[in-house]
Ligand binder design. Structure first.
Ligand code: NCD
Length: 316
């Protein structure tokens, strides 16, 4: 098996060999990007529409850049100015866009499950760029590629995911991906930010950063998702930083060569100390951004290959 999916809606349905296929291709795109080699033939003649119903900086920019590097015609829908504001439903907007015959639809939406629903209504490949608290598959894949390149492998690593896990689609997708690849996962968070049903995840759970970080290979910090909170989750940002913010003293409990990750955007001085985030010997935050373009190139390349094969089969 290589990569058979029609859409990229989440990590959950992917087989480990599909993950490896995608990461291998992304790895080669990362090298080509560094050397400035373009591949404008890969998505030539295809139309990619980016629909972001939630704010985004790096995800939207990297999907746009990835499409352009591979030669697609890329259109960004300004959802703030769209007919959604006039009361049109998500499905009506999707059907309208579908009638324009796009080939790739990249969607971010504040509601969990909205992107899956949309994928059932259109006949192009759909990529989930983050749906509510549910999944953010390309983020988990770019995190995996960053880890694999830094550590030389993606199995049997001890990985701590820390902070606002309850509201995080990044955490959910990462837990699934890193679990499928047979790593040891530790979740570290105050009880108010730990999701319910955590016992079913096959992870170790800690309330204390010093204990949870002991001897880990990877420290993955998460942003406090204030926009998904309705008050009362943390006493104060100052207290939160004191107990859960990653600083040099807490990081000293991890392995001496442990890497530090953050999906961005960062709240410096809340979940992470700015000095740690900028320490090029420990932090791989900029590599994560770089791998984001490569992973999105690989994902769209593989989905386009499957789509072309399917269309050919229909014509024959
Ligand atoms: C994440 C997201 O939007 O889920 N950011 C991202 O895609 N780079 C995490 C976050 O917003 O905290």
């Amino acid at each position: 098996m290589t990569f058979r999916a029609k859409h990229l809606l989440g990590i959950e349905p992917l087989h480990p060999t599909e993950i490896t296929t995608l990461l291998d291709l992304a790895d080669s795109y990362a090298e080509h990007n560094r050397r400035g080699v373009a591949h404008r033939d890969v998505l030539a003649g295809l139309t990619q529409i980016n629909m972001f119903f939630e704010n985004s900086t790096r995800t939207q920019a990297s999907f746009e850049l990835a499409g352009k590097r591979l030669g697609a015609d890329v259109m960004n829908m300004g959802m703030q100015a769209s007919s959604i504001k006039k009361g049109e439903t998500l499905i009506d907007t999707a059907l309208t866009l579908n009638a324009m015959r796009p080939d790739l639809l990249v969607v971010r939406h504040p509601h969990s499950g909205a992107v899956d629903l949309l994928a059932q209504k259109v006949n192009c490949a759909v990529l989930n760029a983050g749906d509510g608290k549910h999944e953010h598959p390309t983020q988990a894949l770019l995190d995996a590629l960053t880890i694999r390149r830094a550590k030389g492998r993606l199995h049997r690593l001890s990985i701590a995911i820390c902070g606002d896990i309850a509201h995080s689609r990044v955490a959910r997708s990462n837990i699934m991906l890193l679990g499928k690849m047979e790593n040891r996962i530790r979740l570290i968070a105050p009880p108010t930010l730990m999701p319910s049903g955590v016992a079913d995840f096959g992870v170790e759970v800690f309330e204390n950063m010093e204990e949870g970080l002991k001897d880990v290979d990877v420290v993955m910090m998460l942003r406090l998702q204030k926009e998904r909170m309705d008050g009362g989750f943390i006493p104060s940002e100052r207290e939160y930083f004191h107990r859960y913010g990653l600083d040099a003293a807490k990081l000293a409990h991890a392995k001496s060569d442990a890497i530090v990750m953050h999906p961005g955007p960062m709240n410096r001085g809340v979940e992470i100390d700015g000095t740690i985030a900028d320490d090029i010997n420990r932090s791989v935050i900029q590599e994560q951004v770089e791998m984001g373009v490569a992973v999105r190139m690989a994902a769209m390349d593989l989905l386009a290959q499957n789509m072309r094969a399917e269309r050919k089969a229909v014509i024959v």
